[in-house]
Design a protein around this ligand. Structure first.
Ligand code: AHM
Ligand code: MG
Length: 313
């Protein structure tokens, strides 16, 4: 089998500077994957002793992953600024003419770090229109994304990439630490009766969706899966179908997940694979963001199952 690595694949038909951004994200993720693989031996487990802007206790791996991404992307002259779940504000690099902004969650699924369960890095590449690249520069709808994706650190380390209307998968070859193309086009299978959701929240979801989900699950027609790392739950869904739900709830009307660096990048991957993503009646990729760390309720996946679950009602 002939093997195509990420660099060669991007060199074929991507703009060179955008390709360099994706390659730098990928190489930051290779570095993070080494820490993840080493676990306690890397000294990367446990709490960092700090709290981020969202009021969440940071793990050591959250902080280390953020530093790795920031250093790697800050060295790329095509990037004007980055925004991270772990930074209060956008971090600009004083390059007003650089064409790209990158928003990321350096380590998604933090609650799974210390228990050896799949975690990931999520990223979104946006255009930079010139001038100062502060928080406001990132407040663009997800449809503007030039590329997005995630790397999941699981039994295999996989890069899912949304680019040029397609969702592709690359798998990290542990021997050479290069990402090799393994799935040229991901298409979500339809008709899978699978709901990915934290059902301990179901009683607090809005009525139409909670009733519809309860009917599916109590009726025995649908199955439920929940890893608790969005990258892992989405990875299952992209390959096997179904839906992923983290909707708004009575006590959290805007849900938990962040629009700019969690939901938008996933929504583009899912759209390219034939799915759809909503926050209530709004299509996620059309939402005009108001703040950098804005949260939204998120329902994503097989359009028919989303309709059955009345996510837009
Ligand atoms: P994080 O970025 O702090 O890790 O939070 C996001 C994660 C998602 O990966 C996952 O879908 C969700 O939080 C799980 O939340 P819960 O623990 O409420 O099930
Ligand atoms: Mg996250």
């Amino acid at each position: 089998m002939s093997r195509i690595n990420l660099g060669d694949w991007l060199a074929k038909d991507s703009e060179a500077r955008l390709a360099s951004v994706i390659l730098d994200v990928a190489s930051a993720c290779v570095e993070i994957s080494r820490l993840v693989r080493g676990g306690a031996l890397s000294g990367a487990l446990g709490e960092a002793g700090a709290v981020n802007v969202q009021g969440e206790t940071q793990k050591k791996l959250d902080v280390l992953s953020n530093e790795i991404c920031k250093a790697r992307l800050g060295a790329n002259a095509a990037i004007a600024a980055i925004a991270s779940e772990e930074e209060d504000h956008a971090v600009g690099f004083e390059r007003p003419d650089a064409p790209f902004l990158v928003a990321f969650d350096p380590l998604d699924g933090s609650s799974n770090i210390d228990v050896n369960v799949t975690i990931g890095t999520i990223f979104s590449v946006l255009p930079h229109r010139g001038g100062e690249a502060g928080d406001d520069a990132f407040l663009q709808p997800g449809r503007n994304q030039l590329a997005s994706g995630y790397v999941s650190y699981g039994p295999q380390t996989c890069l899912m990439l949304a680019l040029g209307g397609k969702t592709l998968q690359f798998t990290l070859d542990p021997a050479t630490e290069t990402f090799i193309l393994t799935h040229e086009r991901i298409v979500m299978p339809g008709g899978t009766p699978m709901i990915g959701a934290n059902l301990s929240n179901l009683a607090r979801w809005a009525t139409p969706i909670s009733e519809a989900a309860r009917a599916c699950l109590d009726g025995g027609t649908h199955n439920q899966r929940w890893v608790g790392s969005m990258v892992a739950d989405i990875h299952r869904m992209l390959h096997q179908g179904g839906v992923f739900l983290y909707p708004g709830q009575v006590d959290k009307p805007n849900g938990k997940l962040r629009l700019l660096y969690e939901c938008n990048p996933i929504a583009l991957l899912v759209a390219n694979a034939g799915g759809a993503s909503f926050f209530g009646a709004r299509r996620v990729l059309e939402i005009e963001p108001e703040t950098l760390h804005q949260r939204i309720g998120f329902a994503s996946g097989d359009p028919e199952l989303l309709t059955l679950l009345r996510v837009t009602a």
